[in-house]
Write a protein that binds this ligand. Sequence first.
Ligand SMILES: Nc1ncnc2c1ncn2[C@@H]1O[C@H](COP(=O)(O)OP(=O)(O)O)[C@@H](O)[C@H]1O
Ligand SMILES: [Mg+2]
Length: 254
Amino acid sequence: MTADGEPAVSAGPAAPAMDDATALRLLREGRLEVAGRLVEASNMTLYCTVRLGDLSAACVYKPVRGERPLWDFPDGTLAAREVAAFEVSAVTGWRIVPPTVYRDGPFGPGMCQLWVDADDEVDLIALIRSRHPGLRRMAVFDAVVNNADRKGGHLLPLTDGHIHGVDHGVCFSDEDKLRTVLWQWRGKQLPREAVNVLNRLNRELENGRLGRRLRELLTLSELATTQARVARLLETGVHPNPSEDWPAIPWPPI
Ligand SMILES: Nc1ncnc2c1ncn2[C@@H]1O[C@H](COP(=O)(O)OP(=O)(O)O)[C@@H](O)[C@H]1O
Ligand SMILES: [Mg+2]
């Protein structure tokens, strides 16, 4: 990073260790073995190994059965929301959410997501305050999916500069709930790249595969409000501002 927080090199989406199509096949069809539980997690979040022939990878498995009930989201829907967030991320081309599928497992159906090795040397507080282009993309993504919990611990910076985002269980509410630590671009004009991506999302939600897929994972009202959020971003052309109607920063922020 340079002194003013700009990354020294503009880090675009980096080359993945395993291509996403292979990872998705492995996650979907592989044999899932639980290796341990992530103790800091608020839900039953299991660290697993998934194997298919010669392929194997570490992954996170969150069974629906282990979801902690929340007052503001219907029970048993968090895993599907995580998969929906992946589907949106996949259409953006920004590789924000690691490959994620909905599948059966040792504790029943749930979400299964490729484990990514985060660089634990990165200072999360400095990262959150930086103007890293990957975070700017994530701010746009969060506005689209209506992320109610983008805290520092849900950012996974890799050693190559790419930044993944995880924990998208509390996204896609049909009420505005954007809660994030990434407000540094509030009110700023959206970059052209973001506008192009939003136009693509708009088309894909209207009559593409993404719209069909989200209809399987979310309610019709949640799909409609997702389309409305994309349309609103395109209409205003700026990053959203924090609302005064609800807490706009997650607690704790890390
Ligand atoms: N795909 C992943 N790759 C690497 N680490 C992950 C991944 N998913 C989650 N983690 C780590 O595990 C922690 C807990 O997972 P999270 O998704 O936040 O669970 P919960 O829904 O229970 O809060 C995260 O903060 C992150 O550090
Ligand atoms: Mg979490």
